[in-house]
Unconditional design. Structure first.
Length: 371
C-alpha cells in the first residue's frame, strides 16, 4: 500500500443540497431546498444527474399523490375500464375505448381528432408532479463505527490549489508549514489566529443507496454546523441503540429546514438521518439484528471491514485528493456570503507560506515555489 495516501470508501456519486448558477458572469453555488444525486462527471459545467436521482423522485409518486385529485373518468387510461370506480359517470366510462377495440390510429399513438381527449388532459397533472422535490433518500451506512461513516474536522484549505493546509479537531491539528507537516494544538476556528476565520468545519458522509454496489458509496460534503452536528449525533445514537449494528439499520437521509437570526429568519436547510419511513426505531433495530445474523451466517465480517477502513484512513495525512478541487471550491468557497447561511467568512487571499517543502503535495504544495 502506498504510504501517505489516505484510502477512503469508494465513491460512485455525490449528494448535494444546491446547484451551480450563473451570476454576473460567474459560476457560483446556490443552496437549494432539495437533494440532488449526481455522478462524478460534469457536462457543460454541470454535474450529470445519477439515474438514482430520477428513480427516487418517481418512487415518491407511489400511493396518494399530493395535489392530485383521485382517479375519475378523465384519469382512466385505456384498458382500465373494468377497474373504473362506480362513482364515475357512465358517460365518462363509455368514453374509454377497450384495448381490444382500439383503432389503428390509437395503436400508433395518433389522435383520432384535433380535440383534446380526457387522456391527454390526464397527463398534465402527472407531468407537473414528475419533478417533485427530493427531500428524503433511503440509505444505509457502510460501517458500524460512526466516525468511519462521517469524518468531520476543522479545515483550512489553500484557496488557489484546494489542498488542505491545516486540519484539526479542536484539540490537535496537522498543519503544513515551511518545515513540513507539524502536529500542533488546535484552539478551534474562533480562537485560531492562523486560520483568521477561514477555517471551517468540514464534514463528509458516505452512504449506500440501493443494492447495485454494496461497497460503493455516495458522498455528502457539507460545511454547515447544523448538518455536521445532527448527523454526528444521529450516528452515535443509532449505533448505541442498536447494540453496534449501525451498518444494518435501514436509514433515511432527510432534509430539514430552520430559521435563525444568522439567516435573517430565512429558511436554511440541513441534512438529518432518521429510520426508514414506515418503520419505528424498534422495528429498525430488529431488522438490523436480523440482517447482521444473516451476514454473519454468510461469512460477512463487519468487524474486519471496519478495521480495514480504519487502517485506510490512518494511511494518509489528509483525505481530499487533488481531483476533488471542484467539489471543495463549490462547498468551501462559495464566492457569495449570502449563498450559504451556515458558512463563515473566508479569506480573500490564501495564507502565505515560506520554505520549499514538496514532500506532501509535490509541485502543488502551498509551501513550494513555482516550478
Amino acid at each position: 500500500m502506498i504510504k501517505g495516501l489516505m484510502i477512503t470508501p469508494p465513491v460512485i456519486g455525490r449528494i448535494a443540497i444546491g446547484k451551480l448558477v450563473e451570476r454576473n458572469g460567474k459560476r457560483l453555488p446556490e443552496k437549494d431546498d432539495e437533494f440532488t444525486i449526481t455522478t462524478q462527471v460534469q457536462s457543460r459545467g454541470q454535474w450529470i444527474l445519477h439515474p438514482l436521482d430520477e428513480t427516487l423522485r418517481q418512487a415518491q409518486h407511489s400511493g396518494i399523490k399530493e395535489g392530485l385529485q383521485p382517479s375519475s373518468g378523465g384519469d382512466v387510461l385505456e384498458g382500465d375500464a373494468a377497474s373504473a370506480p362506480a362513482s364515475v359517470p357512465a358517460s365518462q366510462q363509455t368514453a374509454v375505448r377497450p384495448a381490444s377495440k382500439r383503432s389503428l390510429k390509437d395503436k400508433m399513438g395518433v389522435a383520432a381528432d384535433a380535440k383534446p381527449t380526457a387522456d391527454t388532459n390526464a397527463v398534465k397533472p402527472l407531468a407537473a408532479a414528475a419533478r417533485r422535490k427530493l427531500r428524503s433518500i433511503p440509505v444505509r451506512v457502510l460501517f458500524d463505527d460512526p466516525d468511519l461513516n462521517l469524518r468531520a474536522n476543522y479545515t483550512l484549505f489553500d484557496r488557489t490549489t484546494a489542498r488542505p493546509v491545516c486540519v484539526g479537531d479542536g484539540e490537535g491539528c496537522k498543519r503544513v508549514t515551511g518545515q513540513g507537516l507539524e502536529s500542533l494544538p488546535c484552539p478551534g476556528p474562533d480562537a485560531c489566529s492562523f486560520g483568521n476565520q477561514a477555517c471551517k468545519p468540514y464534514g463528509r458522509l458516505n452512504v449506500v443507496i440501493g443494492d447495485s454496489d454494496e461497497l460503493g458509496s455516495f458522498v455528502f460534503r457539507t460545511t454547515g454546523f447544523n448538518s455536521i452536528r445532527t448527523l454526528a449525533a444521529r450516528l452515535q445514537y443509532f449505533a448505541a441503540a442498536s447494540g453496534g449494528h449501525l451498518a444494518c439499520i435501514p436509514l433515511e437521509l432527510k432534509l430539514r429546514g430552520k430559521s435563525t437570526t444568522q439567516s435573517h429568519r430565512a429558511a436554511i436547510y440541513y441534512a438529518d438521518l432518521v429510520v426508514r419511513s414506515g418503520m419505528s426505531l424498534n422495528d429498525a433495530i430488529a431488522h438490523a439484528k436480523d440482517v447482521a445474523a444473516q451476514r454473519l451466517a454468510a461469512g460477512f465480517d463487519q468487524t474486519a471491514l471496519d478495521a480495514a477502513a480504519r487502517l485506510g484512513y490512518a494511511n494518509g495525512c489528509f483525505e481530499d485528493a487533488p481531483d476533488e478541487m471542484e467539489q471543495i471550491t463549490e462547498e468551501f468557497y462559495p464566492g457569495d456570503s449570502e449563498s450559504s447561511a451556515e458558512s463563515t467568512p473566508i479569506l480573500t487571499t490564501p495564507p502565505v507560506f515560506t520554505g520549499a517543502d514538496c514532500r506532501l503535495y509535490g509541485a502543488h504544495s502551498p509551501c513550494a515555489p513555482s516550478l
